[in-house]
Design a protein around this ligand. Structure first.
Ligand code: ATP
Ligand code: MG
Length: 223
């Protein structure tokens, strides 16, 4: 992941924030990404999934989806973990393009959607369900309902980790995911500009507001 990010050649800052439980979730160092089992704070877990981690930022366009995709592929390929990637960006899903997945999900006997797989990562996105150019003009409750279907309405199977690519901002979707899912932690992505960092702090503080105890456990700057 680090190589992928570095090879893109611009400056990105990333802080890993996690629950205050003693068991650290992810430590991203200069040469490695080390996964740990982690406990969670609020919400309920999804059957078969050990850890759920949100990739978030208050700011848009700072590289959340890029980081989520690179991290997911690195954890699957390099660390041989069973990895899921949920695109929680209902209005602007990026995962179908970034993961090169364009089919419609099948439905299992249990009437759950079967995630699409590429590069060893099991993916689910609103983008699989609607045409690429179709605008999604929904109010909050419909978005909540879509998030519920994209999380618990999916046959994820057993996963070591589910990464959630969050939409920008600190609105309904972010709150809903933080409260409904048992998050093990969150990866806050930002660019180094003051304006971006202000929003990133807001994003981190949102996790505190919804009683996910967080503290900065690692800060990395990719140049
Ligand atoms: N490290 C990087 N260096 C240079 N460009 C990057 C880097 N990471 C991402 N980008 C580019 O920045 C743009 C935005 O990235 P991305 O879609 O991942 O951001 P995002 O935070 O998910 O955006 P949104 O808030 O709209 O969901 C993309 O064109 C992507 O290719
Ligand atoms: Mg995105």
């Amino acid at each position: 992941m680090l190589k992928s990010l570095q090879s893109m050649g611009s400056i990105y800052s990333t802080a890993v924030i996690r629950s205050s439980q003693p068991n650290l979730l992810l430590r991203i160092g200069a040469n490695s990404v080390t996964p740990y089992s982690a406990a969670a704070a609020t919400g309920s877990s999804i059957d078969g999934i050990k850890d759920i981690v949100a990739v978030a930022s208050g700011k848009g366009g700072v590289g959340k989806s890029t980081t989520a995709v690179n991290l997911a592929v690195a954890l699957a390929k390099k660390f041989h973990l069973k990895v899921g990637l949920l695109d929680a960006d209902i209005y602007g899903p990026s995962i179908p393009t970034m993961m090169n997945l364009h089919a419609k999900p099948e439905v299992s006997k249990e009437m759950k959607m079967v995630p699409l797989e590429n590069y060893g990562v099991h993916c689910m996105s609103m983008g699989f369900l609607v045409d690429e150019d179709a605008p999604i003009v929904w109010r909050g409750p419909m978005v909540m309902s879509a998030i519920e279907k994209l999380t618990r309405g999916v046959a994820w199977g057993s996963l070591d980790i589910l990464l959630v690519d969050m939409p920008p901002g600190t609105g309904d979707t972010q709150l809903s995911i933080s409260q409904r899912l048992k998050l093990s932690g969150a990866l806050i992505v930002s660019t180094p500009q003051d304006i971006a960092l202000i929003d990133a702090r807001r994003g981190a503080n949102m996790f505190l507001k919804v009683e996910v105890p967080v503290r900065t456990s690692f800060f990395a700057c990719f140049i």
